[in-house]
Design a protein around this ligand. Structure first.
Ligand code: GLY
Length: 369
């Protein structure tokens, strides 16, 4: 006997991204006005640095609104993006009586929004969550697009879910409390967006990158908006990465590998910057990008305070081996996304944006970096 269980799904996961300054009150108002339905219990997940800057304030605001809320703090840094830390957040929620009638409020950078979004996706088989992004990296990439994950000892982001938030708040006022290296790290993803899909953004950065470090309102708003626009043009067409979304991985094949091999001494954006240089140099060999444009990419990366070479302490052979942990690997073959000059990407067939690369080719590029 056979029973067909027909479960076709029509989903509407649309949500707003609000860009502005000091959006804490807006968040509390939105929750009061039913952003996540009738839910009145909120697990505010944040890290040990952001807690005192913004997390506690948001938590107290929710209490003032008459909600039940708890502040759950994880240690700052990429090393917190683990299955163990996910368990810690989940167990804390369970012990405090959270069941399915709750929502998660992630307040922080990419580590917090990736981890908290993943917790929300599996807690009680899924509860809503919102992201309050407090870093440029989270604003540029991590908090938007619905990828949530944790790292494993083997590599970054291997375990996770596509899980869209109910709303994302990009508070650019928070960038003023970021150390310079964190601004640089977020700029790497911003430069990536310019390289793969927005030549104007790239040229704007060439003229104005220093203004981002100065906290110039107009420049910060401009890049926040352009990042979302580039990213969403892609995500709206291919949320689950069946093809096009792979282009957002530009620079990430070498980037994610070098980040893991560095044992997270490199910030995510620093690692991506190295990966961006690697794909540009390899792309030049194939004629995908001119020497002049490779120089422009490298020079902008350097001006953003980012590395263009593999640090001395990295074992290059180990780095090449680590490339095989990339999610784009197919049938054991490395696959790379390449920018096409500046502001576009190479396409290698129907719905295929990644090219198979022999290990020796990328090993040679890495050897010269
Ligand atoms: N960070 C790459 C993506 O969101 O697809």
């Amino acid at each position: 006997m056979k029973f067909n269980c027909e479960l076709k799904r029509i989903v509407d996961d649309s949500y707003d991204i609000e860009i502005g300054r000091r959006l804490q009150k807006t968040l509390a108002e939105d929750l009061k006005n039913g952003l996540v339905g009738k839910i009145k219990k909120f697990a505010v997940v944040t890290d040990s640095v952001v807690a005192e800057l913004y997390g506690r304030e948001i938590y107290e605001m929710l209490l003032d609104e008459g909600f039940k809320a708890d502040l759950i703090v994880i240690p700052e840094g990429e090393k917190s993006k683990t299955r163990e830390m996910k368990e810690f957040v989940e167990d804390t929620m369970l012990e405090k009586g959270y069941r399915r009638d709750c929502a998660v409020v992630a307040v922080g950078g990419g580590v917090v929004t990736d981890l908290a979004g993943f917790v929300a996706g599996t807690f009680g088989r899924g509860v809503p969550f919102v992201n309050y992004a407090t870093t440029l990296l989270a604003a540029a990439d991590a908090s938007v697009g619905g990828k949530t994950a944790v790292d494993t000892p083997l590599a970054t982001n291997l375990i996770g879910l596509f899980n869209q938030p109910k709303k994302v708040y990009l508070d650019i006022d928070t960038w003023k409390t970021l150390p310079k290296e964190q601004i640089s790290s977020g700029l790497a993803e911003t430069i990536k967006h310019g390289c793969l899909g927005d030549a104007e953004l790239f040229e704007y950065l060439e003229k104005n990158v220093e203004k981002i470090f100065e906290g110039d309102t107009e420049a910060c708003e401009y890049i926040a908006e352009r990042n979302c626009s580039v990213k969403y043009k892609v995500v709206m067409k291919d949320e689950r990465e069946s093809g096009l979304r792979e282009i957002l991985n530009l620079g990430h094949t070498v980037g994610r590998a070098v980040e893991t091999v560095s044992d997270y001494r490199l910030y995510h954006g620093e690692a991506v910057a190295i990966g961006m240089v690697a794909q540009a140099r390899l792309g030049q060999k194939y004629g995908f990008i001119s020497e002049e444009n490779v120089k422009r990419v490298e020079s902008l990366i350097a001006r953003a305070g980012l590395p263009t070479a593999v640090p001395d302490y990295i074992n290059k052979a180990e780095l090449v081996k680590k490339l095989y942990t990339d999610k784009k690997v197919r049938d054991g073959k490395l696959r790379f996304v390449f920018q096409k000059e500046i502001g576009d990407v190479m396409q290698f067939g129907d719905n295929n944006y990644a090219k198979e690369i022999a290990e020796e080719e990328i090993a040679e590029i890495i050897a010269g970096m």
